[in-house]
Design a protein around this ligand. Sequence first.
Ligand SMILES: C[S@@+](CC[C@H](N)C(=O)[O-])C[C@H]1O[C@@H](n2cnc3c(N)ncnc32)[C@H](O)[C@@H]1O
Length: 205
Amino acid sequence: MSESTQPPANWFTREDESADEHFYAEARFVTHIDQATIFALTDYYRQFLANADAIIDLMSSWVSHYPEELTAHIVTGLGMNEDELAHNRQLTHWAVQNLNRTPVLPFASDTYDRATIAVSIQYLTQPLAVMAEVRRVLKPGGKICIAMSHRLFPTKAISAFVKLPPEERVRLVMFYLTESGFSEVEFSDQSPNGFDPLWIVSGRA
Ligand SMILES: C[S@@+](CC[C@H](N)C(=O)[O-])C[C@H]1O[C@@H](n2cnc3c(N)ncnc32)[C@H](O)[C@@H]1O
């Protein structure tokens, strides 16, 4: 995909198009990447979240992988499972919402300093609508970080993430941000040797 072309519509379809509420109805108190990869992500967040006062963790669960020394006053999580979010000790607020059904975020504009999406971007069927919303709720100059690896629920991931090689998946996520008006869109490979990879795309609102 070149930067000027739009991705084909069939990249955003899934094997299982049934309501996401069914798939995520049961809490999963598990982690989705190796412990070493989680450490690498937490380490990345140490800089990325430093001095942020309000943070939003989209597609969140019972863990956000944020460093313990976080100083933010507001940490909002949004995900699909109430029980998982209620167990996330790093969140001060949380909301259950299916972003594939309702991509509009239930938050005021210019609210957050940082937004994160960890190992979940592959499940968004309307990523451009969601990214436009992330840009709206971020303060001007606020940043988003989208962390990716290679594991997924294959029936629920959009076909682009099932079929494309990693470089093209990264390029697609960079496109999500540039197309939604983010600047300083960057890729950073933070993969620890010998463990699940950690590919990070970030951008500035
Ligand atoms: C692989 S888990 C990752 C959870 C967490 N971010 C982490 O790093 O462990 C995928 C997450 O995406 C969320 N998710 C999947 N589909 C979603 C949707 N349609 N709307 C909102 N969140 C969704 C689920 O609630 C789940 O927590």
